[in-house]
Design a protein around this ligand. Sequence first.
Ligand SMILES: C[S@@+](CC[C@H](N)C(=O)[O-])C[C@H]1O[C@@H](n2cnc3c(N)ncnc32)[C@H](O)[C@@H]1O
Length: 262
Amino acid sequence: MIYNLLMSLLGRLETSQQRVFEWRLGVATGAEISNGSSEDALISDENSRYQACQWLPTRRVLRDLRPGSSDVLVDLGCGKGQILLIAAMLPLERVVGIDLDEELVSSARRNIELAQPHLKARTVECLVRNILDYPFDDDSTIVFMFNPFIGDTFHTAVSRIFESYDRGPRTLHIVYCFPWEHDWLIATGRVIVDNVRPFLWPTRPWWWRGGSVIVSYLVVDDVEKRHNEVQIPRRLFRPQRAIRRWSGTNENFGVVDHDTSQ
Ligand SMILES: C[S@@+](CC[C@H](N)C(=O)[O-])C[C@H]1O[C@@H](n2cnc3c(N)ncnc32)[C@H](O)[C@@H]1O
């Protein structure tokens, strides 16, 4: 009974967060998955349906990266542009969204126009493209994904990110919400977990134990070779237990718990 009341209160707070975001910017970015089943969350075998990520947790993760005027963020699977707007409220050089759904991209473009007075990024754009047809930009420094695709599509997209890094080594982050392909990413030996934050607001107890997290990975040329040289940005608060837990594999959320200190 108390548990149900608490869950319903948390659900209401989550919804109000989205309403406040839309009201402040005068946009419409919300979307619901109709029945919450896992098949319904996919458009096809590998591609996810649209759902907006949450404003406050995502803003925090992006701010943690301390992005500046030379940063370029690309959102792979941008939907109606929620992330493009959150990112563009920071003073970035460029924010780019890619989505295969034409209607979603039109909504994103409309939202960008409506929110213009609140945006600080120099340019914000949005392209209709399947990620498999997108030649990855070598000036990008932050790649954002809210579990947009899985399997071969994900592996191809991420391999292109690594190729781009190899052509022009730079500080390059992959920010991944609900990171279904985390184990594959770790197994490439090309990323270091730099930060982990809750995906939901309000934050739930023991939030780092399940898949509702946002993991920020730093791309490197080789984890073994570079681990000690890599500069992780300094931060007042680092969620150490969450970083420890997500620095290893987890067999799709939770079977293996590396965090034995709990
Ligand atoms: C979960 S939504 C994320 C939306 C947005 N990034 C956010 O966080 O609010 C995933 C999006 O990925 C898009 N998508 C799925 N497969 C794709 C592909 N192969 N290429 C481009 N976009 C894709 C979907 O149309 C959907 O809008």
